[in-house]
Design a protein around this ligand. Structure first.
Ligand SMILES: *Cc1c(COP(=O)(O)O)cnc(C)c1O
Length: 227
């Protein structure tokens, strides 16, 4: 094999590139770059890997496991006021208390039991994380999220019966599908429910997601490297 690889870019080099790609995708879509929020997905990476990204000015981070986030983020949050932490992985109701205390945005509300647990914890703690509903746009049996045909009713149920403010939607398209119909579909569900935040697009497809209206792109490996 030829040794023709470039020296590995640093996390900050990769971050710079991701920021430029987001800005370009936004402008190409006739949107303002600042209307797209980069959620830096730091799952599996240690506080020492995350610190330089905070140092470079990023304020919004995503973690997929409550327990892992509890171990890493309290000191980082204490040292860096203004961080916004997103839960992007499945939530169990027995972790709702910890999640409401630690996270600023919970992107994975997807069933009544969780809605109920969150409503109760929000009341108890007086914390008000923003809540997004995860939609399983590909109706994949192994994937979390409400089924697309149940999304409108679930959102209405959260609002009416649990007094929850649902301000966003999130999806993870099937790995081997074209992502664009899923992004367009999520956008439609949001529009008809008066929802403004759209969390869609990851390392492999965030430019497409921005073209189709993403307000939040969740990017991990393109910033922190392979997991
Ligand atoms: C890991 C993860 C991401 C980031 O994926 P990359 O391909 O590393 O950018 C985004 N969203 C969710 C829900 C994830 O679990």
């Amino acid at each position: 094999m030829q040794q023709s690889k470039k020296p590995p870019a640093t996390t900050l080099d990769r971050l710079t590139l991701v920021r430029a790609r987001i800005a370009r995708a936004a402008r190409d879509a006739g949107r303002e770059p600042q209307d797209v929020t980069l959620v830096c997905v730091s799952k599996t990476f240690a506080a020492q890997d995350i610190a330089p990204v905070i140092g470079a000015g990023e304020r919004v981070f995503g973690e997929n496991r409550v327990q892992e986030a509890l171990e890493k983020w309290p000191p980082l949050k204490a040292d860096n006021p203004g961080l916004e932490l997103h839960l992007i992985g499945p939530l169990q109701s027995n972790k709702a208390h910890d999640a409401v205390l630690l996270f600023d945005v919970i992107e994975t509300v997807d069933r009544e039991k969780i809605a109920k647990a969150l409503a109760s914890e929000i009341q108890k703690t007086s914390r008000h994380p923003k809540l997004y509903v995860q939609v399983n746009t590909g109706a994949e049996p192994q994937k979390a999220g409400v089924l697309p045909q149940e999304a409108d009713a679930f959102i209405a149920n959260c609002r009416k019966n649990f007094d929850l403010e649902i301000s966003g939607l999130m999806c993870i398209p099937p790995l081997d599908d074209q992502a664009s119909p899923h992004f367009a579909f999520l956008n439609q569900i949001a529009a008809r429910n008066g929802i403004l935040a759209l969390s869609m697009g990851m390392s492999a497809d965030f430019e497409l997601a921005i073209e189709l209206g993403a307000t939040h792109v969740r990017i991990g490996s393109s910033i922190f490297g392979e997991r």
